[in-house]
Design a protein around this ligand. Structure first.
Ligand code: HEM
Length: 210
């Protein structure tokens, strides 16, 4: 913020108001096993299989939102569509995506609804932002499963060395837009819901594994 009249940063609000949700998600045993390099090939493939319908809904939702809202259009870059990377990782592993779990289906319906409004930005924040930690997870999976990369690990590490710059650009592009108070509230709320949704997908994965 450069002066007192500038709008408060929505990127900062998202980070601050979802901090606890992030901590909860990263401590979930499914994530913890991945970042500790304790994951099996089947568990890794299962995670990618659940993320595929989620990202297809995000990619499609952003395309729709960008077509009607110039703020979203200005943020969306050619390197953002992500489902294609997960498809490639699954192909690398030689496995099919499998059936979406109930929590995955619930999240996909939520994303489809969010795509009708500006709240799609809150969903996108959580999914695109996850690449920040994803780089470390990719490194752990690389060691655990002997996948050299980048092929096979692009879902977790989509941007490589450009990660930091692209995330800073995402935040700056978000904050270059004007949002009303109620828009800010629905974006933050959609981000909180998205963190919960990812957590519930991990709960379903754990239940299925047991
Ligand atoms: C073991 C799992 C995880 C680890 C170790 C981890 C780690 C990190 C790290 C180190 C950052 C960068 C923080 C910074 O530079 O300020 C980050 C950012 C972020 N992560 Fe995670 N993360 C994990 C899981 C997740 C999951 C499951 C999600 C959501 C699906 C997620 C969403 C985000 C978001 C949205 C940010 C951006 C925060 C911001 O700058 O506003 N993370 N994470």
């Amino acid at each position: 913020m450069t002066n007192n009249t500038a709008a408060p940063s929505l990127a900062d609000a998202l980070k601050e108001q979802t901090r606890e949700a992030h901590t909860r998600a990263e401590r979930h045993p499914v994530q913890a096993r991945m970042v500790k390099g304790q994951v099996t090939r089947a568990e890794y493939a299962a995670w990618l299989g659940q993320m595929l319908p989620v990202w297809r809904a995000v990619d499609e939702g952003l395309r729709m939102a960008a077509a009607r809202d110039t703020r979203v259009a200005a943020m969306l870059k050619p390197y953002h569509p992500h489902a294609v990377r997960i498809e490639a990782d699954l192909q690398f592993l030689g496995v099919q995506a499998g059936v979406p779990l109930p929590a995955t289906e619930r999240f996909v319906s939520f994303i489809t609804g969010a795509a009708a409004g500006i709240e799609v930005l809150g969903v996108w924040y959580v999914l695109e932002g996850s690449a920040n930690g994803g780089r470390f997870i990719a490194a752990a999976i690389s060691r655990a499963l002997g996948i050299e990369g980048p092929e096979g690990l692009t879902g977790f590490n989509p941007h490589g060395e450009a990660q930091r710059d692209r995330w800073q650009a995402w935040r700056a592009d978000l904050d270059a837009n004007h949002f009303t108070e109620s828009e800010r509230a629905v974006v933050v709320s959609a981000a909180a819901t998205s963190f919960d949704a990812v957590w519930e997908i991990m709960e379903d994965m754990q239940a299925r594994a047991a």
